[in-house]
Design a binder for this molecule. Structure first.
Ligand SMILES: NC(=O)c1ccc[n+]([C@@H]2O[C@H](COP(=O)([O-])OP(=O)(O)OC[C@H]3O[C@@H](n4cnc5c(N)ncnc54)[C@H](O)[C@@H]3O)[C@@H](O)[C@H]2O)c1
Ligand SMILES: [Zn+2]
Ligand SMILES: [Zn+2]
Length: 398
């Protein structure tokens, strides 16, 4: 089959690789009809997340049709259309039973779980196409994928609904939703969201649906800011104004009640702290550029809530622990417990209460995936979300 493989920093290629096979009774194989490139994939593309090997198949946002099941009495049936959550979870462990699927203790094989245990104290759950720290599972930017624990993860979608309407249930929609849920929004609240990428935009949408009075979105790409405005947010361009001053002014000097960091470890901008982070990361004295998170903690009102869906991998320099403690902030974070939120969000899509298709800027054939990565990284203003359609024959001008 054809699949997008990682070959090193800024080097991804579509190659012919062996087809996936059923390895245990709970597996299914799906033929992928749509798969997307995520901001999290850029951390692999930029090689800021370790644990990649040449030839690894990328991709954790995908959906398709079941073509083979591991046992005849499998919960899923051949021919069903499913969206696959990026988190691989067993459904039966201590964490899965608490619906903390992104903490599953069984999906990451011991030899790779050990590496995350050294880094984080405990082994991480597995994810598709996301390095050998999360199990080394082949991803879904491919024609086919093996889906383990398929009786727990994938959600069946009705025939007739367009892929583009439901694909984002695999990650970014539940991620934006959980980011807003983690803000414990109360009537009258103002929520500020750093980053108007896919996760930030869905966090804006979710915060409004969950009852935020005002949402303020922060970025520097005009088109992404415009999408946030279209959703009902007020906007701040961090290249035009001082973000903290602007937020204080917009909230009567108090600060937002809740703040969401949908930027993560590769913060943009030319502030002194961010430039210093660049130097420290280059010289191996730090791993993550945490400018946005510093700003989030300093801007949130006293007693407020901080939600961090943005991915961080290692250790941070100059983390404002004093402001966090003295202001009495609450922090919630984590990889998304996708399986927990999928049914509710699918129902909202089917009821026309939620539309996510506004986000898609480009649809490409899988064969053009490398171009999709390059542009999603380098032309963020225009490329808000890239969806790959294997075998579609969509022609792209190079
Ligand atoms: N927790 C999870 O389970 C989960 C799931 C998916 C993605 N993520 C993470 O969420 C983050 C966002 O993902 P995405 O797909 O939206 O990525 P993206 O790269 O498309 O978007 C990030 C946005 O942040 C903006 N930005 C950069 N620096 C900023 C700053 N200083 N202030 C304000 N905005 C700034 C960028 O201009 C960009 O628009 C990534 O770190 C990704 O890895 C987490
Ligand atoms: Zn993703
Ligand atoms: Zn589990």
């Amino acid at each position: 089959m054809r699949a997008l493989t990682w070959q090193g920093k800024h080097d991804v290629r579509v190659e012919t690789v062996p087809d996936p096979e059923i390895l245990n009774p709970r597996d299914v194989i799906i033929r992928i009809t749509s798969t997307a490139i995520c901001g999290s994939d850029l951390h692999l593309y930029d090689h800021t997340i370790p644990g990649m090997k040449d030839g690894d198949i990328l991709g954790h946002e995908f959906m398709g049709e079941v073509v083979e099941t591991g046992s005849s009495d499998h919960k899923l049936k051949v021919g069903e259309r499913v969206v696959v959550p990026f988190v691989i979870a067993c459904g039966g462990c201590f964490f899965c039973k608490k619906q903390q699927f992104a903490a599953c203790d069984n999906s990451n094989p011991a030899e790779t779980a050990d590496a995350s245990e050294i880094a984080y104290g405990y082994p991480m759950a597995a994810a598709f196409g996301y390095s050998h720290l999360t199990g080394g599972y082949a991803g879904g930017q491919a024609e086919y994928a093996r889906v383990p624990f398929a009786d727990v993860g994938p959600i069946v979608v009705p025939d007739g609904i367009d892929d583009d309407k439901v694909l984002f249930l695999s990650d970014i929609l539940p991620t934006g939703w959980m980011a807003a849920v983690n803000c414990d929004i109360e009537p009258g609240d103002t929520v500020a969201v750093w980053g108007c990428g896919p996760v930030g935009l869905f966090a804006v949408q979710s915060a409004l649906l969950l009852g935020a009075h005002r949402v303020i979105a922060i970025d520097h790409h005009p088109r992404r800011l415009q999408l946030a405005r279209n959703l009902g947010a007020e906007i701040i361009d961090f290249e035009q104004v001082q973000v903290r001053e602007a937020l204080a002014e917009m909230t009567g000097g108090i600060g937002p009640d809740a703040c969401i960091d949908a930027v993560g470890m590769e913060s943009h901008g030319f502030t002194p702290d961010n430039l210093l982070d660049h130097v420290k990361v280059k010289t191996f004295m730090a791993t993550d550029r945490v400018h946005a998170l510093r700003q989030v903690i300093l801007a949130t009102r006293k007693g407020g809530r901080v939600s961090i869906p943005g991915v961080y991998g290692g250790v941070a320099d100059k983390f404002p622990i004093g402001a966090l403690m003295e202001k009495g902030l609450t922090i919630k974070s984590g990889q998304t417990h996708v399986q927990k939120f999928m049914p509710q969000l699918l129902q909202m899509i089917l009821d026309d209460k939620l539309d996510t298709t506004f986000l898609i800027s480009h649809r490409l054939d899988l064969e053009d995936a490398a171009l999709g990565y390059k542009n999603f990284k380098e032309k963020q203003n225009e490329y808000t979300k890239v969806v790959l359609k294997p075998g579609s024959g969509i022609q792209t001008r190079h």
